[in-house]
Design a protein around this ligand. Sequence first.
Ligand SMILES: [Zn+2]
Length: 266
Amino acid sequence: MKKIVILSLFTIISLLSCNNNYLNPDAYTKEAIDRKYPYWNIGMSEFKIAEGLTNYATITVEEKRFILRCMALMRTAVNTTEFPTEVKKKTLASSVNASYGNVSIKVGDIYDNDKLIDVVRSLQYTNFIYEKMNTGGAAFGSVGQSRYVRYVGGQDPNQIPTANWVGFENANWIQWSGNSLYGYASFSGLMFHEHMHNIGFTHVAETSSNNVPYGLQGVVQSLIERILYGDLKTKYATALDELTAYYYTEYKHLLLEDSVFDPSKK
Ligand SMILES: [Zn+2]
């Protein structure tokens, strides 16, 4: 009898906790998320602090969560039906000379927007490194090979090499962004800009007003502003919740403690 009571108590407790689970963890497996949000399937491998710093520096758990939230925001934006609509309004020119097979582009050539959308959306890359460093108040992304010519030239999209590194200013990233919803949108836009470098887009003087990194940074940032506090807030609230829960869960091993760099201990 006692056993049965204990068992039923457990059943009741587990039923209650099930009913109280706002987020069902099973819904956020990588496979489920990739099926539901197939585009811009990006992830990260590590947070780093530049070895050459001369001052004490940290990346706090809070900042790490901020970065993961920005990853969820970027992915939400790229998966919206508004993303292609907004990209198609742009006229974007190449800042590189590149070729693959019989496809080639030169500086100043205008990208085909439909192809550009596919080139960006098809990215699946889960090894980005985010580093804290002295940037002089900016951000950097290593410039990879032109994903555009390779994608259009018929290379398997998952075999196209992607550069994996992005560096942000040596400051508290949340404070640096302004610690506001607008800060999330602008920092996410900045991240997106650097990731455009990672897939081979860049900007030179000849294309200063219509290059891909700044052009699509603008598209993504303004979509995120609309998702956070504008006309798209209700429409994409669930998507953003699910992607945020996914990124926090997928990278919980990176959220155990602050990263610390102490030059006196080098
Ligand atoms: Zn740039």
